[in-house]
Ligand binder design. Structure first.
Ligand code: GLN
Length: 539
């Protein structure tokens, strides 16, 4: 295979059409045919990365092995493809401008006027081509965030136009994702928004090669022909993307619609080898034919927007399939919980996960919940802030330190059982300054974590500023909470467990980022199993 080929995915009509899932599904189909594929996402906002954005604004911030704080679509790419992404896979307008402005300050442009065209567009092009230039991929799929016609998307579309112009026809393909709405009053699907959206693309000099049409009703031959004619593409390249039960159905749906074949034909690549999707189909079969059911409560403060906990929700889907168990996730607002109502509020839950987060809001609700599940032997899984809350609760109620706290919530506490990491204390800037990315961890044999992973050396991704205060380690172990995972270099505590409890595990890292369809995360798998055992005993 010679040169890397480029597939661009744009969106029209509205946002939230699922460009990330379509991109990941196409990538999955190409990968299952033996092609080496990666996906990157370009986001048109001015934040340098989504790390500084409130989860209500942007959903979860997904962290890669190299510590990049990225868009949650990268999570879909990793979960679908089983590949690892990096900073190169997510670029924002802010990052592009930052690079260009830094170069300008260094005198790189030799006195020239620095402009959107060509300087910003050149930087976008450089970053689009970067992954292809590594030679590691046959096909690079580039998803452009935002909707065509937005002011802020313009430089990206222009960069795509220039790349297509510079390359041979068979080196690039453009997929445009649009909406074909159904008007109830007229009892009709309407193609006009799609036609307008393609016209806008044409105004910018980009002709889509494939149209993926999101719709709630089947398109039918006539409508496909109409869309094809007025959007200037072949009718075989009009792909229907009808609503499905789960996002994991989309690759099979796209295969049925021949999205992969149409793209490969355009790129003049062979589609002779059939995609090997056996393990994917097995995963789906187990997902749709569960033998039992568990109810798991996710306690967090961003529950109004489930996208804030995207990777956790997906990790439960993977772990549920692995256990042949339907995992019913219930989002519970931590601000609504206290010691008096927790029993009633979490009634019927077979396991509780206390979610990651920042700041004081909802903390006492999390702590009250942890006390209840610890005392009542309900399986508990604490992630990052959830683990830190478990440490605070245990300190207050079992180590006899009633004023124990994290210094994030109470800087004045006389017992800072969770404290800011030494290297964090002098940092004043916010963006990209946490402990980020993958770090190693050594597990104690005999721990629940070791049982789950089946090995002692692991590494997991991080995103935090505070940590377990090792000064208290002995007191905790004497009172019955063990530190079962330790960073071998820094000696930071990565995992705490209560061995006398059926399943009480808190982790400082974020296991949810590593869970994929092919490799469900072992801690989620074990937590679901423990919750199913609890359900069997108690219901
Ligand atoms: N706020 C905590 C910290 O910074 C936990 C972060 C998280 O849950 N990701 O350490």
């Amino acid at each position: 295979m010679s040169k890397t080929k480029y597939v661009f995915v744009t969106g029209g009509v509205t946002s939230s059409l699922g460009k990330g899932i379509i991109s990941a599904s196409l990538a999955k189909l190409l990968q299952a045919r033996g092609y080496r594929v990666t996906i990157q996402k370009f986001d048109p906002y001015i934040n340098v990365d989504p790390g500084t954005m409130n989860p209500y604004e942007h959903g979860e911030c997904y962290v890669t092995d190299d510590g990049a704080e990225t868009d949650l679509d990268l999570g879909h790419y990793e979960r679908f493809l089983g590949i690892r992404t990096s900073q190169a896979n997510n670029v924002t307008t802010g990052r592009i401008y930052q690079t260009v402005i830094d170069l300008e300050r260094q005198g790189h442009y030799l006195g020239k006027t620095v402009q959107v065209v060509p300087h910003i567009t050149d930087e976008i092009k450089r970053r689009i081509l970067l992954l292809g230039d590594t030679g590691d991929y046959d096909i690079v799929i580039t998803e452009l965030g935002g909707t065509v016609g937005d002011i802020e998307s313009l430089p990206f579309i222009e960069a795509v136009r220039q790349i297509i112009w510079e390359k041979e026809e068979q080196e690039c393909a453009v997929i445009h994702l649009t909406l074909v709405p159904y008007l109830n009053a007229a009892k009709e699907l309407k193609t006009k928004p799609t036609q307008h959206s393609v016209k806008t693309m044409l105004e910018y000099g980009v002709q889509p090669d494939v149209l993926v049409c999101r719709t709630e009703h089947a398109l039918g031959t006539e409508l496909r022909k109409k869309i094809a004619l007025f959007c200037n593409i072949k009718s075989t390249a009009v792909i229907e993307s009808i609503d499905v039960e789960t996002i994991y159905d989309v690759p099979l749906k796209m295969q049925k619609e021949k999205l992969d074949k149409v793209v490969l034909a355009h790129l003049k690549l062979s589609s002779k080898v059939d995609p090997d999707l056996e393990s994917w189909k097995e995963f789906l079969w187990r997902l749709k034919n569960p033998k039992q059911e568990v109810n798991i409560g996710i306690v967090g403060k961003y529950v109004e927007l489930p996208d804030a906990y995207k990777s956790i929700a997906e990790a439960f889907i993977h772990a549920g399939s692995e256990n042949e168990t339907k995992v019913k996730v219930h989002y519970i607002h931590s601000e609504m919980l206290n010691e008096d109502n927790v029993e009633a509020k979490i009634k019927g839950m077979d396991g509780i996960l206390v979610a990651p987060g920042f700041g004081e809001r909802g903390i006492e609700g999390k702590i009250a919940t942890i006390k209840y599940v610890r005392e009542n032997n309900i399986p508990f899984f604490g992630i990052c802030l959830g683990m830190q809350c478990a440490v605070v609760e245990f300190a207050r109620n079992m180590v006899n330190l009633p004023d124990a706290a994290s210094t994030e919530m109470n800087p004045e506490t006389s017992n800072p059982v969770i404290d800011m990491m030494e290297e964090q204390k002098s940092i004043t800037k916010k963006g990209g300054t946490m402990r980020l990315g993958a770090y190693p961890c050594q597990l104690s044999k005999g721990s629940k974590a070791y049982q789950a992973y089946g090995k002692t050396k692991i590494d997991e991704r991080h995103r935090h500023r505070y940590e377990f205060n090792n000064h208290y380690k002995e007191a905790f172990e004497n009172a019955g909470m063990n530190c079962t995972g330790i960073n071998p270099e820094s000696h930071l505590v990565e995992i705490v467990e209560i061995p006398s409890h059926p399943w009480f595990v808190g982790v400082q890292f974020h296991p949810e980022y590593r869970s994929t369809v092919d490799n469900p995360h072992p801690l989620f798998v074990r937590f679901v199993k423990a919750s199913a055992e609890y359900a069997a005993k108690n219901n």
